[in-house]
Ligand binder design. Structure first.
Ligand code: ZN
Ligand code: FE
Ligand code: FE
Ligand code: ZN
Length: 273
């Protein structure tokens, strides 16, 4: 099995070194681990959200060194790149400048506000829940159409705030899925929601059912920010994916996507993170 969404202490809100995540992945029997550290963005005021650009080479070097040191597991070099319109030129350059295996495109910001940061949750009252959902899905469509990404991250992230929309958002979600489909992207099935406020994965089961009907492929990741979170929640999530009909998940090498069989998670190593 694979875990294609790992962070590390380098992002400044995570813990643990790259090698510790790799060792946990090996101990839990994974065949592949994909690192998707938050992209550094010079000029963005986000002191705890990501590394400085000066630290980027540490990340790259740690991954390449781990590849040498742990030949028993496949280590994929990825990035979680924000879709953040004012910084698109920078993101485009960085994404094009490294030999990534995969690039996750995520929307964490709407109109300058990082709604995914619990410390900034107080902005929700002035911004408005329904407006957050509307703007978010508009940006997801733009992100999918941007031609920059392989995977769209945690598709229904606004639920991280713990609030549900007061309006019917199914049309927004449908337009987002259509954009993912027409650009032949994959969805990041992300178990971090199980450990946080929403108490369910991203995207929600009914969204995944629709994605399956549209034959949109999925990737699978824990969004681990601590080594022990690697593969967290995979037992129930794999069961859910299989019950929807997904029998395969995506893997990436140098941004070329292939599919591998989705196997049930072995009980004995099920994570309790
Ligand atoms: Zn993070
Ligand atoms: Fe994210
Ligand atoms: Fe992440
Ligand atoms: Zn993420």
């Amino acid at each position: 099995m694979i875990d294609y969404h790992a962070h590390s202490r380098l992002c400044r809100h995570g813990e643990g070194e790259i090698y510790e995540y790799v060792e946990t992945a090996i101990a839990r029997g994974l065949s592949e681990i994909g690192f998707a550290e938050h992209i550094p963005i010079p000029g963005l005021d986000d002191p705890t959200g990501r590394m400085d650009i000066e630290e980027w080479d540490l990340y790259v070097n740690d991954i390449f060194r781990a590849r040498e040191k742990y030949p028993e597991i496949t280590i994929r070099f990825g990035v979680e790149a924000d879709y953040l319109p004012p910084f698109l030129d920078h993101v485009t350059k960085l994404v094009g400048g490294y030999p990534f295996d995969f690039v996750i495109g995520s929307v964490h910001f709407v109109d300058g506000w990082d709604f995914s940061n619990p410390a900034l949750r107080h902005h929700l009252d002035e911004f408005g829940v329904d407006r957050l959902y509307r703007r978010y899905y508009e940006l997801i469509v733009e992100a999918a159409d941007a031609g920059l990404f392989d995977v769209i991250g945690h598709l229904d992230l606004p639920k991280k705030t713990g609030v549900r929309p007061g309006i019917d958002i199914s049309q927004y979600v449908e337009e987002a899925l259509q954009a993912v489909k027409r650009n032949d992207l994959a969805l990041d099935v992300n178990t971090s929601g199980l450990r946080k406020e929403p108490k369910e994965i991203y995207p929600a089961e009914e969204i995944l059912q629709r994605a399956f009907a549209l034959q949109i492929p999925v990737s699978l990741g824990s969004d681990a920010h601590k080594p022990r979170e690697i593969a967290a929640g995979f037992d129930v999530t794999i069961d859910m994916l299989q019950s929807i009909g997904y029998n395969r998940v995506c893997v990436f090498e140098k941004r070329r996507r292939t599919l591998i069989t989705l196997e049930a998670w072995p009980e004995k190593i099920a994570s309790k993170a």
